[in-house]
Design a protein around this ligand. Structure first.
Ligand SMILES: [Zn+2]
Length: 286
């Protein structure tokens, strides 16, 4: 049986600027264009942050609303995932856009170190974000920066804070957090399967030059893959990536090498248990 691979494109992030790579989309219209090109190249999840005009990170729900509207119009079917990460806002402002009911949102469930600071995710805030997602019908993507975060997801599922099978993303290669380590990666997979079942979908992301390594590992091991300029602005050592789409095409080539078809948006929604567009979300008026 074939196992389609979902490619997620993290188009902007909160850190890279046009000075790092002019292809980083900053304005909402640049983000929609970049996501559209990536969608056509095979990406079916768009992970997005929003920025102010001076490129600094923003958590403005109005900007998220315009982005969602543009994505729905220009990339129909694509899964929209907003970031609730801690670089774009503080406290509950991190979840200020959840009432827009994107398909998904990232959810960090524990704290760890980042390159120059502590990445703080206090338990009460994590529970609040999870509860907001649950009540708004937004599927979380659990960001596992550490093994304990996968077990935390199990604890949250047991407490009724996560609906369905948790979808975990392994993040490796953030300086001062979990390095790119093959034994740990394999144990992450083992742990997801043990806690959430042998068929539980999972995904992996690598930062900087590790992006391609984690794409290779995840695709070969039956997981899903994240790429995009948020995590890595280079195509290789000598060349900047010309676009998000170029990084998606690189991931699609790795899928081909490992005989994994790139998931269509319909397949991606089925794998993740998301409604197909047109179907009403739970709680919405008929
Ligand atoms: Zn992000």
């Amino acid at each position: 049986m074939t196992n389609p691979c979902i490619i997620c494109v993290a188009i902007t992030g909160s850190l890279p600027t046009k000075a790092n790579n002019p292809a980083v989309p900053i304005t909402v219209s640049e983000q929609v264009d970049s996501a559209h090109e990536a969608f056509e190249a095979g990406a079916t999840i768009v992970h997005a942050h929003v920025r102010n005009d001076d490129e600094t990170p923003s958590s403005d729900p109005e900007k998220f609303a315009r982005l969602k509207e543009g994505l729905e119009q220009h990339c129909p079917g694509m899964i929209i995932q907003f970031s609730t990460g801690g670089r774009s806002g503080a406290g509950k402002t991190r979840g200020g856009m959840l009432s827009l009911r994107p398909d998904m949102a990232s959810l960090s469930v524990g704290s760890n170190n980042f390159p120059t600071r502590v990445y703080e995710n206090p338990p009460d805030l994590v529970d609040w974000l999870a509860w907001e997602m649950l009540t708004q019908g937004v599927k979380p993507e659990i960001e596992a920066f550490d093994l304990s975060h996968i077990l935390k997801a199990k604890d949250m599922a047991d407490r009724g804070l996560l609906a369905g099978t948790p979808y975990v993303q392994f993040v490796m290669g953030v300086k001062n957090a979990m390095p790119v380590d093959r034994d740990v990666f394999d144990y992450y997979i083992h742990t997801v399967r043990r806690l959430f079942g042998p068929d539980a979908p999972w995904c992996a992301a690598g930062i900087g030059q590790n992006q391609i390594t984690l794409n290779e590992w995840a695709i070969a091991a039956g997981g899903h893959a994240r790429t995009g300029l948020e995590d890595n602005v280079r195509l290789d050592r000598d060349r900047l990536a010309p676009s998000n789409a170029a990084l998606v095409r690189r991931a699609a080539e790795i899928c081909e090498k490992h005989q994994r078809p790139v998931a269509t948006w319909q397949e991606a929604r089925r794998i993740l248990g998301l409604p197909q567009p047109g179907a009403k979300k739970q709680g919405e008026a008929a």
